[in-house]
Design a protein around this ligand. Structure first.
Ligand SMILES: *Cc1c(COP(=O)(O)O)cnc(C)c1O
Length: 400
């Protein structure tokens, strides 16, 4: 066995935290310890014969960076190992990951059954664009399993969901939906953005495909936009085929940033989760706060399920202040430390008013139905000291 093969054998048995810092790396002849960034668009062949073999696929290897790039591949292998999937395909954004999955695995006449509580742009992509190409879409209430069952059609080929959901932390039973999708010959696709493999492994629970916006917790430091799709080799071949042809490729620089993000993922997710739980419990005791939504609270309807399928509750919580939009805005504007921005999964805590930003495109009715009331505020807890975060939230409470 070569030294490289011995290393691979060791990693095949390794735990997530070890994979996070070591999986996917193949050192070059230079012996570099950290992963290099291969900023090259194309690759040189040893001969005309080799060029022909690479192009035909008879020989594996790099051809062009829209197809493969060593830094991007290192990221793909690392995240695939961490999610427990056979292969991963990196993309230029989380949305490109969702688009590429749909384009590669669906065709005209197919039906997508989607949770109502998915990322807003996901519904725009499905309703405005995919629908145009003859893909049928319907939505069901995330946590009502009977609705999922009732909405299954003969042509349902994909079930799409996020758990925990944004911003109310609704928890969906992945195992239960995996059984339903299998019965119907559909793929279960889970957007694992809020938990990451550090807290939840959808593939182990029976999902077929995991999608990430790497922009969020995988980077974890608010630097780059990117995405990734993880699953069986057979399906990832199709996804890679689409990415190669259509071009929403991840840049090698971004792949390197995400690689470095993965190395600290566990430490960050545990810290985000610890602070979010403490903040949620504290907010829950404040008389100016009407209700707190965080699956780590025992009062949350998804608490027991979250405990079963996640190792912690994640960094995102939301709460309703007493009053309406005016009070919510006043609360947000009184903060001085946290950042008013819709991004999440950053070292810096962010605060946002979902009804007028992330969920502003929905009708008032649709928002009410899904619980995104005008007095709701979402906080994505960063890595600041929890004492300082409480002081800042107190500033908001003081003006209510
Ligand atoms: C941000 C986000 C996306 C989209 O990812 P981009 O990287 O912004 O394209 C998809 N799903 C969820 C849950 C997200 O939070």
């Amino acid at each position: 066995m070569s030294q490289q093969d011995e290393r691979l054998a060791v990693l095949a048995e390794a735990e997530l935290d070890t994979l996070a810092v070591r999986a996917g790396q193949q050192r070059t002849m230079e012996g570099e310890h950290s992963e290099p960034i291969f900023t090259t668009s194309s690759y040189v062949f040893a001969s005309a014969q080799q060029a022909a073999d690479r192009f035909s696929g008879d020989e594996e290897g790099n051809v062009y960076s829209r197809y493969t790039n060593p830094t991007v591949r290192t990221f793909e292998e690392r995240i695939a190992a961490m999610e427990g999937g056979e292969r991963a395909v990196a993309t230029s954004s989380g949305m490109a990951a969702i688009l590429s999955t749909c384009m590669a695995l669906l065709q005209k006449g197919d039906h997508i059954l989607c949770s109502q509580s998915v990322f807003g742009t996901t519904t725009v992509l499905l309703n405005k664009f995919l629908a145009r190409f003859g893909v049928e879409i319907s939505y069901v209430s995330a946590t009502d399993f009977s609705q999922w069952q009732a909405a299954m059609q003969d042509n349902t080929r994909m079930l799409l969901l996020e758990t925990p959901s944004n911003p109310l932390s609704e928890i969906i039973d992945i195992q239960q939906l995996a059984e339903l999708s299998r019965k119907g010959d559909a793929l279960l696709v889970v957007d694992n953005c809020f938990c990451t493999p550090a807290l939840q492994k959808p593939l182990e629970l029976g999902a077929d495909i995991v999608i990430h916006s790497a922009t969020k917790f995988l980077d974890g430091q608010g630097r780059c936009v990117g995405g990734v799709v993880i699953g069986k080799a057979e399906q990832m071949d199709e996804v890679l085929g689409f990415v190669r042809a259509a071009g929403p490729t991840m840049s090698p620089f971004n792949a390197w940033v995400f690689l470095k993000g993965l190395e600290t993922l566990r430490l960050r997710m545990d810290a985000h989760s610890k602070s979010a739980l403490e903040l949620a419990q504290w907010l829950d005791q404040q008389s100016a706060i009407e209700k707190v939504f965080y699956s780590g609270l025992e009062s949350h309807s998804g608490h027991l399920l979250a405990k079963k399928q996640q190792s912690a509750f994640g960094g995102v919580l939301s709460f309703r202040v007493k009053g309406g939009k005016e009070e919510a805005w006043r609360f947000i504007d009184a903060t001085r430390l946290v950042s008013i921005t819709a991004n999440l999964g950053d070292t810096k805590t962010t605060i946002v008013h979902p009804a007028t930003t992330t969920h502003g495109r929905l009708s008032q009715e649709a928002r009410q139905q899904s619980g995104i009331t005008d007095n709701l505020i979402r906080v994505a807890v960063g890595l600041e000291d929890i004492k300082d975060l409480k002081v800042d939230m107190q500033r908001g409470i003081d003006v209510l």
